[in-house]
Design a protein. Structure first.
Lengths: 98, 392
């Protein structure tokens, strides 16, 4: 089981509160986790990564285990703690405004 | 007596206001989609309970919302359960993919960028949603980077009308300061094949065959920022308006200049007349008097607020050139708001109502064609768009 924390606006859009939990077949990677999110919450398609290119939207970041994973390969394995559900995968809106 | 519904898109959500035909007391609901920019929201002329909204953010991109009960509840169409072969729902309603097919999309690959180089088309957001006049499930979307999309399944999926970008001048279009957006879509009620659109900063375009082929309609426009001031394309059209009873007559608020066409855009002439400044964004036409036109002059392209700190709507009852200031009920000192291009609308009651929203968060309304104004809501986030619906 993978735990994911969505940014507040996307929790509203997906009609969820708190963390969401996902089952991911095979190795847990950014790509497999995002595939599972979009399958379970189709209204989030296009809001975290581009529909076609699958590029992360520039103002979102991926954190886990106190590390910034945003620039990791989408096919790189996520930390074991994320894959086991001990730690959540965080999707965070970049800070902006003043 | 008919009821009136006003749809207000703002920088931080959408608001819906309703009143009876007296238009004195307004109920406000919202914010819908709180925290998101709502560039535009519009109801279907064929079914007033069918609404479409463009919800967008720099963080999470584009979302299209649809309501079938007049805005009480909303859904993201295309996101229903059990749509994919695997049984998972499919989120297609915010999927705007440019046509790059060999048959219809080539060579729609680049447009001119700020620095003069060619730049790939990149979808950013939906500026304007225009529901069909007859089918609640058909709706057009004007997007940035400029293109026109159509959905025929209630916004569940979208297809580009690529003949617009591909008619020939597309590679020469370039963005204005607000981006390269297709912000105006006008459907001709007398001719289902005729659609007008406008793009900043490319100009106005028309199709007469339902969106397959297009041509620029910018003859008569002059823009000082262009090396060829009366070029075929490149003009920063801010908005275009039409009275449905006279669809061949168009009024345009350009970056500078208020313009008029009497031949469906084939040629334009200036009708700025005695306006204090002919810069502005909004323009609209009285519901019953096709020669009565409204604009809100803004000081300049560098100073986006009313001249002299006075918020004044200007009305021409002569189809342009002769303008009168409408000030009753509007702030006449220390007012430095802007009124953006899609933030004015009219109702069709016998005494025509006129509505506009400001970047200061007020929506002003006049129930007597502009003679007197009052705020029907104030202190909202900056208003991006205002539309009006008549309800039975």
């Amino acid at each position: 089981m993978i735990r994911v924390v969505l940014p507040p606006h996307l929790r509203t859009l997906a009609k969820v509160s708190g963390e969401v939990t996902l089952e991911v077949e095979g190795r847990a990677t950014q790509r497999s986790v995002l595939d599972a999110i979009e399958a379970q919450y189709p209204m989030l398609c296009g809001t975290i990564r581009d529909h076609v290119t699958k590029q992360r939207r520039p103002f979102l970041r991926f954190f886990a285990c106190e590390e910034d994973l945003s620039h990791e390969s989408p096919d790189a394995a996520l930390p074991d703690a994320v894959a086991s559900g001990a730690e959540p995968f965080l999707i965070v809106g970049a800070i902006a405004g003043g | 007596m008919s009821k009136v519904r006003v749809l207000v898109g703002t920088r931080k959500g959408a608001f819906i206001l309703e009143s009876d035909g007296k238009r004195e007391n307004w109920e406000v609901s919202g914010p819908h989609f709180a925290g998101w920019e709502v560039y535009h929201m519009k109801g279907s002329p064929a079914d007033p309970d069918r609404l479409y909204a463009s919800q967008t953010s720099s963080w999470s991109g584009q979302v299209i919302q649809r309501s079938s009960d007049g805005g009480k509840t909303w859904e993201t169409p295309g996101g229903g359960p059990g749509k994919s072969p695997q049984g998972w729902p499919i989120g297609e309603s915010n999927k705007f993919v440019y046509d790059t097919s060999e048959k219809t999309g080539k060579p729609l690959t680049t447009h001119q960028f700020y620095d003069g180089t060619q730049h790939p088309w990149e979808f950013k957001r939906v500026w304007h949603l225009e529901p069909s006049l007859s089918d609640p499930d058909t709706v057009y979307a004007g997007v940035e980077d400029a293109a026109l999309f159509r959905s025929t399944d209630g916004a569940a999926s979208w297809q580009e009308l690529s003949g617009l970008r591909g008619h020939g001048t597309g590679p020469y279009w370039q963005p204005g300061a607000g981006g390269m957006c297709l912000h105006t879509i006008i459907l001709d009620p007398s001719d289902p094949g005729r659609i007008y659109i406008a793009i900043s900063a490319a100009g106005a375009f028309r199709t007469d065959d339902g969106g397959i082929t297009w041509k620029p309609i910018n003859r008569g426009l002059r823009s000082q920022f262009l090396p060829d001031q009366d070029a075929e394309i490149g003009h920063c059209v801010h908005h275009v308006a039409m009275n449905p009873s006279r669809p061949g007559v168009l009024f345009m608020q350009k970056h500078w200049d208020v313009m008029r066409s009497d031949n469906a855009g084939d040629s334009w002439h200036e009708v700025s007349g005695n306006l204090p400044t002919d810069f502005g964004f909004v323009i609209d036409v009285h519901a019953h008097e096709p020669e009565t036109v409204y604009v809100v002059p803004i000081k300049s392209d560098g100073e986006h607020y009313p001249p002299d700190g006075k918020l004044r709507v200007y009305r021409s009852r002569t189809g342009g050139n002769e303008w009168e200031a409408l000030t009753n009920g509007l702030p006449q000192q220390n007012c430095y708001v802007n009124v953006l291009r899609d933030a004015m609308a009219v109702d069709t009651l016998d005494s025509c109502g006129v509505y506009f929203g400001t970047t200061g968060g007020q929506v002003y309304a006049s129930s007597d064609a502009g003679d007197n104004w009052s705020p029907i809501v104030r202190d909202l986030p900056a208003v991006l768009s205002v539309e009006v619906q008549m309800l039975p």
